[in-house]
Ligand binder design. Structure first.
Ligand code: DP6
Length: 356
């Protein structure tokens, strides 16, 4: 059966940076994030068929190969073992992000793959199983399967069966919570996060200290989210982002994702906050900033960002519901026969245009 799903990226307040098992993608620590709304989304169609002799994955018109294909195949293998089938799959995926967003993220892609893949095999999976499936493709994807605010439990078991994300609170918990995304640069990142985090675990002694401090950070941030307590969340979120970027710099050879514009954003947010925090920044493996705030302070945050010439674009996103299945065959990125359709994302209309 052919199935199509859309999923959105998530942004972590407590970061995942380090694996205890590379193959099963098991993290060194738990993490907490918010899943974004459908302004930024990835659409993925999956078809399992006996006419396919191998798995084939096409992301943004490019066929995956090598290590990337291997990792994606792990998520498909997991679905096959749950569905007790050996059928090979074709996966077609398209990012629906404004161009130059510099936000291409595997989290949305693998969350959509898990949901569409399960539906394509006629499986009714629990959120836990979907999260594990997505995790096998990319760690942070385990959190995008969960709408609202999510916590990815690191787990302790060797087989990873206890390493999955759970919902801390639905999006309705905090309707006025916003992410002002400041797009700084569109280029490909220099060090991929997968390689970067492995180097950190292997070489950084600050990383050991980070892991010691993390339980406290996790508790503070979890509590702040549950209480919608911005005065505690924003400072904790900024210090946690800074801490991850500090261990990146302590890695040998050092990893730097933040650039001068990112640093200007950091100063601007700190200045805006003064003694009463109204916003908190967080950065992933790149220079783009995610500045969390509440609806009534969005304008103030935007005003400050407008003063920084290196900020190319801003997108304001809220917290979203998690992946959705698209049932109309016309929305699929391939036909029932597996024929890949010509598709492109049209920014003007925010629609995917598919040639049938
Ligand atoms: C910096 O999930 O992309 O965004 O599991 O190797 O695919 P893999 O890594 P990935 O790492 C994301 C790291 C981060 C922090 C976070 O999202 O928690």
């Amino acid at each position: 059966m052919l199935a199509t799903a859309e999923a959105t990226p998530n942004i972590a307040f407590v970061k995942y940076w380090g694996k205890r098992d590379e193959k099963l993608i098991l993290p060194t620590n738990p993490s907490i994030s918010a899943t974004m709304d459908f302004q930024l989304r990835t659409r993925t169609s999956v078809l399992f068929s006996k006419t396919f002799s191998k798995d084939e994955i096409i992301v943004h018109n490019k066929r995956l190969a090598g290590a990337e294909l291997l990792q994606a195949t792990k998520a498909l293998d997991h679905l096959r073992s749950l569905g007790k089938t050996r059928l090979k799959a074709r996966v077609v995926s398209l990012n629906c992000f404004p161009t130059a967003a510099g936000l291409a993220s595997s989290a949305a892609g693998f969350a959509a793959l898990a949901v569409a893949g399960a539906a394509a095999l006629g499986l009714k999976l629990s959120q836990k199983e979907l999260s594990i499936t997505a995790r096998l493709g990319s760690g942070s994807a385990s959190r995008s399967v969960v709408g609202g605010f999510a916590e990815w439990k690191a787990g302790a078991k060797k087989d990873g069966s206890d390493s999955y994300a759970v919902q801390l609170a639905p999006p309705t918990h905090w309707p006025e919570f916003r992410n002002v995304i400041a797009i700084v640069e569109a280029g490909e990142k220099k060090v991929k996060s997968r390689a970067g985090m492995a180097e950190t675990v292997a070489t950084s002694s600050l990383f050991t200290q980070r892991l010691r401090d993390l339980p406290k950070t996790l508790e503070t941030i979890r509590k702040a989210v549950l209480r919608r307590d911005t005065s505690s969340l924003f400072p904790a979120m900024m210090r946690e982002s800074d801490n991850m970027h500090a261990v990146m710099l302590d890695t040998w050879p050092p990893i730097t994702y933040l650039d001068d514009v990112s640093k200007q954003i950091i100063s601007a947010v700190l200045e805006l906050n003064g003694s009463e925090p109204v916003a908190g920044y967080t950065f992933d493996a790149g220079p783009n900033a995610h500045i969390f705030t509440t609806e009534r302070n969005v304008l103030a945050v935007k005003r400050v960002l407008l003063e920084i010439p290196g900020v190319k674009r801003m997108i304001v996103a809220g917290v979203g519901d998690g992946p959705r299945l698209l049932s109309r065959p016309a929305d699929a990125l391939m036909g029932e026969d597996g024929g890949v359709r010509l598709a492109r994302y049209d920014q003007e209309t925010d629609q995917i245009q598919i040639s049938h």
